[in-house]
Design a protein around this ligand. Sequence first.
Ligand SMILES: O=P(O)(O)OC[C@H]1O[C@H](OP(=O)(O)OP(=O)(O)O)[C@H](O)[C@@H]1O
Ligand SMILES: Nc1ncnc2[nH]cnc12
Length: 186
Amino acid sequence: MVFQAKALSDNLQYVSDSIRVVPGFPKKGIMFQDITTLTRNPKAFKLCIEAFVERYKDQKIDVIAGVEARGFIFGPPLALALGVGFVPLRKPGKLPGETIGAEYQLEYGTDRIEMTVESITNGQNVLIIDDLVATGGTLGAAVQLVEKVGAKVHEAACVIELPELQGRAKLKATNVPLFVLLEKEA
Ligand SMILES: O=P(O)(O)OC[C@H]1O[C@H](OP(=O)(O)OP(=O)(O)O)[C@H](O)[C@@H]1O
Ligand SMILES: Nc1ncnc2[nH]cnc12
């Protein structure tokens, strides 16, 4: 995809260019940001994960929580590189044991995510990761879950932002910083 990415390094521009935009998927009017063209390109995927590692390696992250489904793609390689665990925040009914859930609205629909209560403990410093922030509903729900068990959300991180959907403003209300790897110049 071609962002007007004046601020991106050559490496991040390469990552950005590896993302395909599919107009009209999954519904008319949606410009779908397809990160599968990034992940199937090993150079782009590696550069992407390395950039996250560079940002978080000295930030005392205890655990990474990734949102189903695409947070499951970016979270685990980052968790392994940082030497921390990965906790999946899943769509309803997928996790055994005691869970908590939060509902949210999407650009196209509504959904709910759940977390195993014991998977993150009081006081841990948690990085939440997903591929993309659109309306911010998903990351907002993830923040609610992590904070509900008494942990601190260090930051919410994603690869792409759709600024026109105001997700950043929604997340601001939670006081959790948002980091977007391929941030567009205003
Ligand atoms: O900022 P928001 O408006 O909440 O939208 C962002 C979310 O939407 C997409 O996931 P989707 O819900 O389509 O699910 P999927 O990953 O299972 O395809 C994307 O991967 C984010 O998780
Ligand atoms: N435009 C978009 N492209 C990819 N994933 C999305 N999730 C919500 N909006 C999206």
